[in-house]
Design a protein around this ligand. Sequence first.
Ligand SMILES: *Cc1c(COP(=O)(O)O)cnc(C)c1O
Length: 209
Amino acid sequence: MSIVKNILNIKKKINDTQLIVVTKKQSLDNIEKAYSSGERNFGENRVNELIVKKALLPNNIKWHMIGHLQTNKVRSIASFIHLIHSVDRLKLLNEINKCGKLENRIINCLIQVKIAEENTKHGFSEKESIELLNSNYKEKYPYVNIKGVMGMATLTNNTNIIESEFKRLKRIYDHTKQMKILSMGMSNDYQIACKAGSNMIRIGSAIFK
Ligand SMILES: *Cc1c(COP(=O)(O)O)cnc(C)c1O
């Protein structure tokens, strides 16, 4: 199957959910195929790779940072990044705010919530997320616009576990005011995520297979 067909197939199943094409480790050739089919929202999990690709690809692409982000890398994406999905600690939020101020640009972010059981996944706990989102963070971080939450489910074939984790994230999303983006769902679990209320999915391998 082709990249274009894979995208069409996925889009048929997700209604109005926003698709983020995860281009990590992909060649420019492959990414251009996704671009030519009309996709404009691309996600990367490494800053260096993101910057190289951005320089070589059309400049109307909206770039999403979806992976763990080191504070010393924020400055290099602050002027253009469309959305940072992976805000997983206060120190990072603080740094994004600082870089936003330097650029005089309000940076769109999602709070990454740890919904999986695995210890390897980054993110705020459920309790920490709710505390943050109900706090006066807008005064403290005026150059950050928290638009919603992001989460990754446990890597398992047990759909019950995945479903309950996504439902937990949906509850956090519903519980906090003025949230617009619920970023959850990857190649293996996006249909479960959409059923649970996701409005943004991040898909790599199901497109570039
Ligand atoms: C790689 C990655 C994805 C996409 O994963 P696939 O299983 O290839 O669809 C989504 N989100 C994050 C944070 C990733 O690192």
